[in-house]
Design a binder for this molecule. Structure first.
Ligand SMILES: Cc1ncc(C[n+]2csc(CCOP(=O)(O)OP(=O)(O)O)c2C)c(N)n1
Ligand SMILES: CC(=O)[C@@H](O)[C@H](O)COP(=O)(O)O
Ligand SMILES: [Mg+2]
Length: 628
């Protein structure tokens, strides 16, 4: 079916094809990616945009001797397909299958693991210096998108590159998009380079100056104009990068393999300083539906190829949309509410707020550190900032949360989406650390809702509190319950079930699971008390004392890492009060959790209903038989 792709197993095979054949191969690769992603889900638009670029790179460079580093790595599918993983690509993002991101454990062609943005230039520079120090000779290429180039880490690396006296080849893949439209001054600058506006402004100014010179002015201008390519390429284009010590080449058409091969080969000749090649591509290229809506097809679940229609069945609203709708509603009543996103307006559900309150939402680009301190500034200025951010990306801004917000007790709300397991994105994206990294910070209040309704109540409540507040909630559909939801009270949990055989204390998303576990245990004549903790910090000490006084085993359930997590905080509390409790923590034991369906991963982690039930039954039986 894929006539040209059939001939390709590794990058060497590419070198036997002529440029017409490469065009057919590009089409095959696009069709194959669309086929697999439409079944498994994944990052579609970015990969369709880099087909020709990836082929050109692998024809000019000799991977794995030459190293290719993919920033974020969500666009590495073409690279995977042509580097020994054509067949296994069908298992993309499934449990035991290949990852959606580069993984050194998968192939020697994946030289640096990525997932979070803006790391590639630093990694490339470090690897280049290591190469130089060892006296080795090969090329190091980093491929970074225009969105990721604006990330602080990338800018720090660009700044450092000039001093290192080494060569890397930086491919700037400019498609004018982050997940949404790219934002910021750098993006505007790239736009001017793409359209030649800087050159034309320069040309107009030269014309004006020369025309002022009497007699010879016109002829001088004509002579200068004849040298326009010289002006264009050496003086004006990419001047910012040139001033930073890079040799700038481009902009070039990132869908023209021949042109790219020429420029890439040229770039190889620079040995002592870094080269930046500005490549212009189209996100979603070749699949009209993704070209028209690249933000929608950036990261997709299974879909129908003919129409692009999503095949994911959803019965209710996601936590992200509950959040987005609620803050849009609250913002109508309170003009001090402002929202911040670090390049994730769609994913976090902020679009609705953005449509209604254009001036009160700030997309700062992929800049989580800046987003946090920017929020601090807004709070200082009397506003009520809500920073909507994925759990995994807030890791970037740990010091800013502490130094700029918590120490100053500023009233900033962190709406922490994708807390807990996220599934198919795998180890770089699981949001399993936030309880551990946040609960130790001074002044912060940390909440975790059991349902969409409780998230709404918590948001409303958080706006009335002084000081930093974080609310963590998971990816996917918001839980709903038939029973009435009680109002939120500061530092107070709630008892949902009463039983005498044991106590489950659960946080957030684990409450629903705990209810199911209690129902299953009930069928075995084991009656549990169930507490929804609501506040991870401060803990409901009164309730915890009451639970300890029952002198029955306590089980804590959380979608977070064991170390320093929620269960750990309860242990700390009981230990500080010298209470002798029998406590077992159900949490992720493993900090590296692979990709797959969340339900499969929960099983692996022994946090699925059956595993929890079994563990509780055997624990209670052992204790009842006096074998404690
Ligand atoms: C630190 C961090 N923040 C946010 C993200 C989410 N994210 C993944 S890809 C992406 C957009 C990247 O844009 P660009 O680099 O231009 O690549 P493109 O998708 O356009 O190919 C974002 C915001 C991330 N991976 N890492
Ligand atoms: C690569 C990346 O970091 C994002 O594209 C992320 O995969 C999006 O995740 P969601 O699909 O959960 O919004
Ligand atoms: Mg981009």
């Amino acid at each position: 079916m894929y006539k040209f792709l059939e001939k390709i197993n590794n990058p060497e095979d590419l070198k036997n094809l002529n440029h017409d054949e490469l065009d057919y191969l590009s089409q095959d690769i696009r069709d194959y990616i669309i086929e697999v992603v439409s079944k498994n889900g994944g990052h579609l638009a970015s990969n369709l945009g880099v087909v020709e670029l990836t082929l050109a790179l692998h024809r000019v460079f000799n991977s794995p001797k030459d190293k290719i580093i993919w920033d974020v790595g969500h666009q590495s599918y073409v690279h995977k397909i042509i580097t020994d993983r054509k067949e296994s690509f069908k298992t993309l993002r499934t449990l035991g299958g290949i990852s959606g991101f580069p993984k050194a454990s998968e192939s020697p062609h994946d030289v640096f693991d990525t997932g979070h943005s803006s790391t590639s230039i630093s990694a490339a520079l470090g690897m280049a210096k290591a190469r130089d120090l060892k006296g080795e000779d090969y090329s190091i290429v980093a491929v970074i998108g225009d969105g990721s180039l604006g990330g602080g880490l990338a800018l720090e690396a660009l700044n450092n590159a000039a001093n290192l006296n080494t060569n890397i080849i930086l491919i700037l893949n400019d498609n004018e998009m982050s997940i949404s439209k790219n934002v910021g001054g750098l993006s505007t600058y790239l736009g001017r380079l793409r359209t030649g506006k800087i050159y034309f402004k320069f040309k107009r100014e030269m014309e004006f100056i020369f025309n002022k010179i009497p007699v010879v002015g016109k002829s001088l201008y004509k002579a200068a104009y004849k040298c326009r390519d010289w002006f264009k390429y050496l003086v004006v284009k990419g001047i910012m990068f040139e001033e930073l010590g890079f040799k700038y080449l481009g902009p070039i058409d990132g869908h023209n393999i021949k042109t790219m091969e020429r420029i890439l080969s040229n770039a190889k000749s620079y040995k002592k300083h870094p080269v930046l090649i500005h490549v212009v591509t189209k996100k979603g290229n070749g699949y009209r539906i993704a070209e028209d809506k690249p933000e929608k097809y950036h990261s997709v679940g299974p879909f129908l190829v003919e129409t692009g229609e999503s095949l994911t069945k959803s019965n209710g609203r996601s936590y992200s949309s509950v959040f987005g709708d609620k803050i849009a509603e609250l913002a109508k009543k309170d003009e001090k509410i402002v929202a911040i996103t670090a390049a994730m307006p769609e994913g976090t559900g902020l679009n609705k707020f953005a449509e209604e309150f254009k001036d009160r939402v700030f997309d700062v680009g992929i800049a989580e550190q800046h987003a946090v301190t920017f929020s601090a500034g807004l709070a200082k200025g009397g506003f009520k900032p809500i920073f909507a951010v994925y759990s995994t990306f807030l890791q970037r801004a740990y010091d800013q949360v502490l130094h700029d917000i918590c120490l100053q007790n500023l009233s900033v709300i962190f709406a922490i989406d994708r807390a807990g397991l996220v599934g198919q994105d795998g180890e770089t994206h699981q949001g399993i650390f936030d309880i551990s990294y946040l609960r130790s910070l001074p002044n912060i209040t940390l909440m975790s809702p059991k349902s969409g309704k409780e998230l709404e109540n918590m948001l409303e409540y958080a706006l009335k509190l002084e000081g930093p507040v974080a609310i963590r909630y998971p990816r996917g559909e918001a839980a709903e319950y038939s029973f009435e939801e009680k109002p939120v009270n500061y530092g107070k949990g709630e008892i949902l079930l009463n039983g005498d055989d044991g106590i489950i204390i659960a946080e957030g998303t684990m409450v629903k699971r705990a209810i199911q576990v209690c129902e299953a245990l009930n069928k075995q004549n084991i009656n549990m008390t169930l507490v929804n903790i609501r506040f991870i910090k401060p803990l409901d000490e009164h309730l915890l004392d009451e639970m300890a006084s029952k002198a029955i085993p306590i089980y804590t359930l959380e979608d977070n890492i064991f170390e320093g997590g929620f269960g750990s905080s309860i242990l700390e509390y009981y230990s500080s009060k010298e209470k002798d409790v029998a406590l077992k923590i159900f949490a992720h034991k493993n900090g590296i959790i692979t990709h797959g369906e969340t339900s499969e991963l929960m099983k692996l982690e022994k946090l699925d209903n059956d595993s929890i039930c079994e563990a509780i039954i055997s624990d209670i039986r052992v204790r009842k038989n006096g074998e404690r």
